[in-house]
Design a protein around this ligand. Sequence first.
Ligand SMILES: NC(=O)c1ccc[n+]([C@@H]2O[C@H](COP(=O)([O-])OP(=O)(O)OC[C@H]3O[C@@H](n4cnc5c(N)ncnc54)[C@H](OP(=O)(O)O)[C@@H]3O)[C@@H](O)[C@H]2O)c1
Length: 244
Amino acid sequence: MARVLITGSADGLGQLAAKSLADQGHQVVLHARNSERARYAKQKVPGAEHVISGDLSDIDETKNVAYEANALGQFDAVIHNAGVYQSPAKEILGVNTIAPYILSCLIQKPRRLIYLSSSMHLQGRPNLENFDKDMPRISYSDSKLHVLMLCMAVARKWPDVYANAVDPGWVPTKMGGQGAPDDLQKGYETQTWLAVSNDRSAQVSGRYFYHRTERRYNLRAGDVVLQDRFLSLCKDLTSIPFPE
Ligand SMILES: NC(=O)c1ccc[n+]([C@@H]2O[C@H](COP(=O)([O-])OP(=O)(O)OC[C@H]3O[C@@H](n4cnc5c(N)ncnc54)[C@H](OP(=O)(O)O)[C@@H]3O)[C@@H](O)[C@H]2O)c1
């Protein structure tokens, strides 16, 4: 049985992934933005071991999430799931781009890392010149390209870790909306499979999956010069160097 941390697991795909893993007998640690949402998360996934609270749009709170996770001990897998869509650019940058960077750097390296991207990353631009502006012009699509760049950089730099990204499809969660056409169950199954499965096809790194199938991705995510520039900007913004 594996020990898995899932960010943003009070609702949506994070909560469903947590329930599914807990039902399979895995040890699951939830994460929510504050103590009220943490209580809600624990009610929804009573089989979870613990809930960590922390607002991922805030750098200091995100660092504390990592410290609290480390205090709980080693994880086998971390699913970087939390995300925002229709929010101000600063929040999109903070939650979707910077928080997964901070947590990847500070949480004791698990064996498997899963990053939630989106097919919308295909329209994204690295937009790195807008990174540290007070009023950044970062779109959701840009942020989902960033998290894919992070995933590919992690896969390249940490050969002892399986780091993969997932497009869950357009599914009916709070973010996706009631009319979303894709299959909700398939929307979280790829993440849980990558987190715990012994299938050889789940023990790979540097891949981008949709419904357990590898998909082609924006080639800019694999550009190592861009990746290194991205990591360096994240370091400048957070004062946390990427552990090589
Ligand atoms: N749904 C889709 O169609 C779709 C498509 C492509 C990709 N994705 C990606 O899949 C992931 C999960 O999305 P979802 O559809 O499950 O969205 P969701 O239902 O809106 O859930 C997002 C989760 O992230 C949490 N969160 C948001 N901002 C946070 C913050 N500042 N601090 C801590 N937690 C925060 C939310 O907490 P609260 O519940 O407290 O707000 C919630 O638990 C996201 O990364 C998203 O970009 C979704």
